[in-house]
Design a protein around this ligand. Structure first.
Ligand code: HEC
Length: 217
């Protein structure tokens, strides 16, 4: 019931959020090569791990629905080209209220990112690489729980590209209409988030639990 209420309040909040362009430069942290980085995982199957995965799954699902609905609404009402300008799709603002209520940090991150603010850090790049290996091996991509540099647990869930995503993340001039490709290239000169196909891992949800200190495996 609580989640039900949160979800509906998201709709309202979406109507009143103020939008600011995302132009902050986050490139001051050096990314180490993925091979030198160690990922610390939490025991995924003890009761604490299971509980965190349950919470992460619900929050990721609500966030997916909220962003998907907002996107659909803007695309249907104004068309995909205008939808890019939907606060440059400052999508995370939509999930901020959920994050506040749950006391978590919600991020939508990608190695091939469009907005550099959404980039994976060194550990996350390694986790994403593991997902890519699993995907190439035709394995089911299951959520993972790791521990960040402050010993907080982080829940990761892959985001898979579907047909709707291609108009903004597909092949320019082919699956992605040229007018949209041009507009996005102007807004995001360092865009890496194109040339995706249906079913490809696009990025990950990352949900950090800042109130919890995790014990390692
Ligand atoms: C109308 C165009 C549009 C559509 C459709 C769209 N996106 Fe995006 N997407 C964007 C823009 C613009 C950004 C950059 C947002 C920002 O500045 O924070 C973005 C960012 C992202 C990010 C965050 C990481 C990054 O690259 O910055 C992910 C993950 C993502 N999109 C996945 C998807 C998926 C999955 C779909 C389909 C379900 C989708 N997008 C559909 C335009 C779109």
């Amino acid at each position: 019931m609580r989640y039900f209420l949160i979800f509906f309040s998201l709709g309202l909040i979406m109507l009143i959020i103020g939008c600011t362009p995302g132009t902050k430069d986050s490139d001051n942290q050096q990314q180490k090569s993925a091979d030198t980085v160690r990922v610390s995982y939490i025991n995924q199957n003890d009761s604490k791990g299971k509980e965190l995965k349950k919470r992460g799954a619900i929050i990721a699902k609500l966030s997916t629905i909220a962003i998907g609905e907002a996107l659909n609404k803007v695309i249907n009402e104004e068309g995909a080209e205008r939808a890019i300008g939907f606060c440059n799709l400052q999508a995370m603002k939509i999930t901020d209220s959920l994050a506040k209520v749950e006391g978590v940090i919600i991020r939508r991150i990608a190695k091939k990112n469009r907005n550099p603010l959404n980039k994976t850090n060194a550990v996350e790049s390694k986790i994403f690489k593991q997902y890519i290996m699993e995907w190439l091996a035709n394995k089911t991509l299951r959520p993972k729980l790791s521990i960040d540099e402050n010993d907080h647990p982080v829940y990761y869930k892959p985001i898979i590209t579907n047909n709707k995503c291609l108009q903004c993340h597909g092949k320019p001039g082919e699956t992605m209409p040229q007018n949209i490709a041009d507009k996005i290239a102007k807004l995001y000169p360092n865009d890496k988030a194109i040339n995706f196909e249906v079913g490809h891992p696009r990025g990950m949800w990352a949900i950090t639990f800042p109130d919890i200190i995790a014990s390692k495996n």
